[in-house]
Structures are given as C-alpha cells and as structure tokens.
Design a protein around this ligand. Sequence first.
Ligand code: SAM
Length: 215
Amino acid sequence: MTLSLVEEQVVKSRDRVKAYGEVFTPKHMVEQMLDLVAEDLETGPDFVDKTFLEPSAGDGNFLVAILRRKLAAIERRFPADEWRNESLFALASIYGIELLEDNHEDAKANLLAEFVGFHQAHGTPADPGTGLHRAAEFLIGTNIVRGNTLTAQTPEGEGIQFSWWHRVEGQPGVVQREPFTLASLRDDAGFDFTVYATYEPCPIDEVHEQGGSDA
Ligand SMILES: C[S@@+](CC[C@H](N)C(=O)[O-])C[C@H]1O[C@@H](n2cnc3c(N)ncnc32)[C@H](O)[C@@H]1O
C-alpha cells in the first residue's frame, strides 16, 4: 500500500497554515500532476533541458519528483558515460523560490540528496568534496532561491536573481551561465540578460569553480 495521508505530514502547524498557506501537496497528487507534463519531463525531445520553476517550493516535494523523473529518463535514454553531465544539466533546469528559511534549506537538501542518491546507486562517487557533489550543490544553491515570489525580492530586499544555463553548441558538457532577474520575466522585454556580466563557458561539472552562488 502507498503512504497514506495520515502518515504523510502535509501540515506543520496551524500558525504556519494561516500565515504562509503552508499545506504540502501529498506525494500521490504531486505524481498525478507531473503525469500531465510527462512529455516535457521524460519522453519528449530535449526533455533534460525543459525548465521548471516552483514559485512556492516548500520542502521541495515537486522539485525532487521532477528531478527523479528526469534522472530516471536520463538512465533509460543516455549511455552511462553521459549520466554525469546530463544529470547536472537536469538540475540546472529546475528552479524554485521559497519564503521560509527552514523550508528553503529542506528543499535544497532534499534535491541534493536525490541527486547524490542517483549517482551512488550507480556506483559513481558523489560524496561531499567530489567535483560532482560540489557542482550539484552549486547549481542547487543558485537555482533554489530564498525570497518572496510576489515581490520578486530576497529577504534582504534585493531583486531575486536566477541564472540561465546555456549548453554551448558543439561542445558537449560545456555550459555558459547568464544571470537574469525574476522581475524581468514579468516585463514585456523579457529576460534582462544584458544587464549582467556573462560567465565564460566551462564544463558543467566545474561550474562551481566560477563562484558567484549564494549556496
Ligand atoms: C501551500 S505550501 C506548498 C508547498 C509545495 N509547493 C507543495 O505543493 O507541497 C506553500 C509554500 O509557499 C511558501 N510561500 C508562501 N508565500 C510565498 C511567497 N510569497 N513567495 C515564496 N514562497 C511563499 C510557504 O512558505 C510554503 O512553503
């Protein structure tokens, strides 16, 4: 039998429900909702790079389920020697915003645990200190942001900034990072890439060496 609603904690406290609308979506509903976008997640062309943004990330339940599906599809559809880089590109496609500090920390930790678990299950070293772990932690720290989606600001009152991770054509495994603000997504002009310095292209498993994350 699958986990029942009684066993699954969907509410932490009444106060938090009242103040932040914090009611977590049960796992079976998360899966049903993701079934609706299975083509983008798992079966369609370029599924690895299909972008997902969870504007009220909670503890990362949707983010983790998205990553799990992408990783399973990578395992089915790519040769094993490409899993390392493709799994990092999958992480780079997943974005989240969360208001509360504890939920934000949980979301990042749960995402990292899912990523590490995938690689460890295949015998790939992914312990802290490995390049793979550090690159994954960096991408998660950059993409999963603490802030208020409605105001597009961080707790410090700065504009929430994300980065787009472009694959560099003709150079497998190489990425180029381009920062943009959340606010710019709501402007008619779209992404404000040009406002910020662009990073040099680099192998995605060395992306943490360029710095610049809030991780
Ligand atoms: C209803 S819970 C949903 C969590 C998760 N998305 C789910 O479906 O299980 C809402 C979450 O959004 C966060 N939240 C509330 N207002 C927010 C805001 N303005 N910006 C970002 N996150 C917010 C809360 O802290 C809480 O973790």
